[in-house]
Ligand binder design. Sequence first.
Ligand code: TYD
Length: 137
Amino acid sequence: MIEEKIYEFKNHGDYRGELVALEYPKDLPFPVKRIYYIYNVPENITRGFHSHNELQQILICLGGSVKIKLKTPEDEKIVLLDNPNKGLFVDKMIWREMFEFSENATLLVLASMEYDENDYIRNYDDYEKSYWEKKNK
Ligand code: TYD
């Protein structure tokens, strides 16, 4: 089973607007080594199609909405992100796809490691093999 771990962040907003602050270890499960964001995604585009050997991430949709498919050979979940107050934890060895970006969507990603192409598994068959190997170890 894929555990759907959604962090509901504390909002410090008041009549002047909203403010969310994220700090490790109070609010986040790992110290953030890297952030990146995805925006201006055209209609009908799906991104991702990979897993990671070690990387853990938290996905936050800062504006608009996006759907995230989390997949293993045993389970599949689709999560709608449409609230900047919420963060979806995506663990290592989970296959992910991001799709149905709304026109104004901005997806912020907090990552536990620096960018390392060697940590990626981009081929689904390789991912499946590696998943069972790790699970049966
Ligand atoms: P890509 O992995 O294709 O994005 P997605 O996961 O959304 O499918 O990344 C697009 C490009 O950006 C690719 O050339 C690698 C580069 N990139 C970095 O240089 N640093 C990063 O932290 C990330 C996530 C990507």
